[in-house]
Design a protein around this ligand. Structure first.
Ligand SMILES: [Zn+2]
Length: 321
């Protein structure tokens, strides 16, 4: 494992927070009007990778962005296909842009995604809970439903409380890439893959998700027989997935992806799912085929035993990516 790239979400002590989840989006209002504040910090231009946006596009974007910076505490770093904005020091914002954003984008593209998001997206890294709450309100008119961070498609932004660790950031980075590459992706796989990488690192040069804080809650749900069948999970629309049972839905999706990762079929599943999305929009048949499982209820029992046998010991302290 590459220690430098161990990234996780810091869990707020009680594991019952299982029910508090990131990335449920927000009730997006219109952007507040520009404040016309300019930052004294020049944007740090990183190597611009990939096709699509030119350096001139980024420069224009940053000029507009700087008009709405809430104060001169913010630094701006271009990290294609994103622009990273944070109210920590320029060096720290720069380091997060390289070690977390660039690293995860490179690794996700290596295994899954060929297309960048169509538009330049902003990644706001607020230094603590107070800054996160203040600025989500000030900049976006949002009251976040999660203490960690979220992706807002309407604001074209990933909005983070970075004090909770880089894990949520990697989770949220999955979403705009999924949107660009597999727009019809159902919530279970979108959230399953995103949450798989909430705690991640590098294994053999590839991004790898590790057991994390969602495990104890899932084990509890398995024992209480509250985990939906895979047929039901894969057929869930947005309202059902993000409804009352979302805690179990996220966790089951995550550990289904984790299982596939451990069986070395996760990338194959993604490719097959994309290729067969028309005839199998939920991915259930693709799952069955890729796992080579005939009876998916039997498979679920096998998977539940596997999940119950996973080690709960994971570190709760943040590792600076
Ligand atoms: Zn998510």
């Amino acid at each position: 494992m590459n220690k430098r790239h161990q990234i996780q979400r810091l869990s707020f002590a009680p594991l019952s927070l299982f029910l508090i989840l990131g990335c449920e989006g927000s009730r997006a209002d219109k952007l507040k009007s520009n404040q016309n504040v300019t930052s004294s910090n020049p944007p740090y231009l990183n190597k611009l990778g990939g096709l699509g946006h030119t350096e001139a596009d980024f420069t224009r974007h940053v000029v507009e962005l700087k008009k709405k910076l809430p104060s001169n505490q913010f630094s701006v770093v271009i990290q294609s296909p994103f622009v990273v904005i944070g109210d920590e020091s320029q060096d720290v914002v720069q380091q997060r842009a390289e070690d977390t954003v660039k690293w995860s984008v490179d690794k996700l593209k290596q295994d899954f995604f060929s297309k960048d998001p169509k538009e330049i997206l902003d990644i706001w890294l607020f230094k603590d809970a107070a800054s996160y709450e203040k600025h989500t309100h000030l900049l976006f008119g949002d009251t976040p439903t999660t203490p960690y961070g979220y992706y807002s498609s309407s604001h074209k932004a990933l909005i983070m409380n970075i004090a909770t660790g880089g894990g949520t950031l990697v989770h949220e980075i999955v979403h705009p890439f999924m949107e660009a590459n597999f727009p019809a992706c159902p919530p279970w796989f979108n959230e399953g893959l995103g949450s798989l990488y909430e705690q991640c690192g590098e294994e053999d040069g590839h991004i790898h998700g590790y057991v994390n804080w969602r495990l104890p809650g899932l084990q509890e749900a398995i024992r209480a027989r509250r985990v939906p069948s895979f047929k039901a999970l894969t057929a869930m629309d947005t309202n059902t997935f993000y409804g009352d049972t979302r805690g179990a839905n996220y966790a089951a999706s995550r550990y289904l992806c984790y299982y596939m990762q451990e069986k070395s079929v996760l990338v194959k599943f993604y490719q097959e799912f994309v290729a067969h999305q028309k005839e199998d929009p939920g991915g259930f048949k693709t799952l069955q085929r890729v796992l080579a499982e005939r009876d998916m209820d039997l498979f679920k029992s096998k998977w539940e035993k596997y999940v119950l046998g996973l080690n709960e010991e994971f570190r709760l302290s943040p590792v600076r990516p």
